[in-house]
Design a protein around this ligand. Structure first.
Ligand code: PBG
Length: 309
């Protein structure tokens, strides 16, 4: 029986979503054995350092990419939103499988029904500039504290550190089956009002460019809408040369062939944050991303631009 080795980081989320993908591939290709291989990355070994402090690109991907290039694994699975915008020579992404929930979600111990229900001066845990600056634009009285660790750790810190809330990706919570729980409450922060990270909820399947065989295997479980959304959102990110030091968000709404891309861009200090949108056709997804990026880059340079409410 032919064997395909699928590489993944060892975090609970990474393993869960890689197994999700393997199950789908195995169902579509019963004659092939798909095998999980866990690979530790530099990002996994530096759990307690702030991401900003480590800060190099490919923190969670470099070791997997080395094993793709050497042929030890044939596929590497990541969260698309953690993928650097440029891939190493010789590697590419396949068309992705169906997208999970793209929204962010505020997790609270109080049972707040909306952001407005949070107490005055509430303390929210998040280390993401995109999340923090958007929250403060909506509720300027909110305080924020940095928080790191995997999803379970962050949920534990919500209680241990007596926070009023944390912001997580709905996708990760749903994949780990912790979206519904008795001891906390959820306030979905829905796009386009609250803009998620580019490609949040989409899985990246990275392969060698010359491996037509695995590319063809992925075709059986690929999703055209996710492909178009990924093209538009990632093109926006790439055009802004985005890294995690800047607040950058993008969400592409797709209704058949008609797409609308929503973007968020700001400066490092969060003193300026601009939002905008551009509409077009699915075939123009990449061009739309680059065009919206240019529009927002210019808007941010205008002295009168300010934090949007
Ligand atoms: N930054 C970590 C990370 N990378 C991917 C996800 C969730 C899954 C996804 O967005 O696809 C998360 C957790 C989070 O942001 O809450």
């Amino acid at each position: 029986m032919k064997k395909i080795v699928v590489g993944s980081r060892g975090s609970k989320l990474a393993v869960t979503q890689t197994n999700w993908l393997i199950e789908r591939l195995a169902a579509a290709h019963p004659d092939i054995a798909f095998e999980l291989k866990i690979i530790t990355t530099k990002g996994d070994r530096n759990q307690h350092q702030a991401l900003d402090a480590i800060g190099d690109k490919g923190l969670f991907t470099a070791e997997l990419e080395a094993e793709l290039l050497s042929g030890e694994i044939q596929m590497a699975v990541h969260s698309m939103k953690d993928m650097p915008s440029a891939l190493p020579e010789g590697l590419c992404l396949t068309v992705p499988p169906m997208r999970e929930d793209p929204a962010d979600v505020l997790v609270t111990p109080h049972g707040a029904a909306s952001l407005d229900d949070l107490p005055e001066g509430a303390v929210i845990g998040s280390g993401s500039k995109r999340r923090v600056f958007q929250l403060k634009a909506l509720r300027p009285d909110l305080q924020t504290v940095g928080i790191r660790g995997n999803i379970d750790t962050r949920i534990r810190k919500l209680f241990d550190e007596h926070l009023d809330g944390i912001v997580l990706a709905a996708a990760g919570m749903r994949r780990l089956n912790v979206y519904d729980a008795a001891d906390y409450h959820l306030v979905p922060l829905l796009p386009p009002a609250f803009v998620p990270a580019p490609a949040q909820g989409i899985l990246a399947v990275e392969i060698r460019e010359d491996n037509a065989e695995v590319k063809a295997l992925m075709a059986a479980i690929s999703d055209e809408t996710a492909r178009v959304q990924m093209a538009a959102e990632r093109s926006f990110l790439t055009a802004l040369d985005g890294d995690c030091h800047l607040p950058i968000g993008a969400y592409c709404e797709a209704a058949g062939d008609a797409i609308t891309l929503y973007g968020l861009y700001g400066d490092e200090a969060g003193t300026r944050l601009v939002k905008g949108s551009a509409a077009g056709r699915a075939a123009d997804a990449e061009r739309l991303g680059a065009q919206l990026a240019e529009q927002l880059r210019k808007a941010l340079e205008q002295p009168e631009s300010e934090v949007e409410k």
